[in-house]
Design a protein around this ligand. Structure first.
Ligand code: ZN
Length: 287
């Protein structure tokens, strides 16, 4: 899985979401951080319980330990652990990198068939589009975390990984009053070091068994278009007997339009991630 080209749309715009007083009280800060959020210590995070695995950059998979079960790297070798979600009894879509102005277009279409989906959101986009996050949540979709700013986690220090997770949770909590259960690592970048941190938040990783590579349509050099994705999905749907979990993106109109077409033609009936595994929607809700 050598996905080197990052699919990401992070806007350098002023956040719309006010910085809450409870977060000032806790962090001592007065505004949302930039793309490298500061590490704020949490009393329930114990670094002595973090699995010791060397850091690696994306697609740098030559270290033998990455091939071992001790590491269980998904980005290098598609390795999954007992608590990873990576498939579903009914082929279902998931969407990463929002919220974006195109998210609502997607959700309005899903609404026609009363389909609920799972959205893995970025903190930096939540604070820019809090009203879109709130509307997505109000429509009954499951809101998961996709980190604060889409970093490749296995390349970060333990403190930086905690910062990416904690700030994404705070953005979600400040916007809709909940703590997420489900976490999608950017670029599928996860190994047992990252999992051992994620579990201390009570969260679980959600991976996939079918990557649409929808982002490849955005670069002509990839020579991939809607028809290619559509036929790949149709083939997978038949081969996998209608089961599976798909990776898509809702940060760009073109991938949203494709997601709508796939929903309307291939998988009208689908499940949210917690429905796939019989899990809870959120760790905690406050409103
Ligand atoms: Zn992403």
């Amino acid at each position: 899985m050598n996905r080197i080209i990052p699919f990401i749309l992070i806007f350098a715009c002023l956040p719309k979401l006010p910085f809450p007083q409870w977060l000032t009280d806790f962090t001592g800060l007065k505004e949302w951080p930039g793309l490298d959020p500061p590490y704020i210590p949490l009393d329930f995070i114990d670094f002595s319980k973090v699995v010791d695995i060397p850091l690696h950059q994306q697609a740098q998979c030559t270290d033998p330990i990455l091939r071992s079960s001790k590491s269980c790297s998904f980005d290098c070798f598609n390795c999954v652990e007992f608590d990873d979600v990576y498939t579903c009894p009914q082929l279902s879509q998931t969407f990463d990198d929002g919220p974006s102005p195109w998210t609502i277009k997607l959700l309005k279409n899903l609404q026609v068939k009363k389909t609920r989906t799972t959205l893995f959101t970025l903190g930096v986009n939540i604070i820019r589009y809090p009203e879109i996050y709130q509307e997505s949540h109000a429509r009954g979709h499951i809101m998961g975390s996709h980190t604060w700013s889409h970093k490749f986690l296995p390349s970060l220090t333990n403190e930086q990984v905690v910062a990416q997770i904690e700030w994404s949770i705070w953005a979600m909590n400040a916007t809709a009053g909940h703590l997420p259960k489900w976490f999608r690592p950017p670029f599928g970048g996860i190994d047992n070091r990252i999992r051992s941190i994620l579990r201390q938040f009570g969260m679980q990783a959600v991976l996939w068994d079918f990557d649409t590579f929808d982002w490849k349509m955005l670069d002509l050099a990839n020579n991939r278009n809607e028809a290619d994705v559509f036929s790949d999905v149709t083939r997978f749907h038949a081969r996998n007997k209608g089961k599976g979990l798909m990776l898509e993106h809702d940060a760009i109109e073109r991938t949203v339009d494709l997601g709508i077409k796939l929903h309307n033609n291939v998988m009208k009936e689908q499940l949210t991630v917690p429905q796939c595994v019989g899990g809870i929607d959120y760790i905690k809700t406050f409103r």
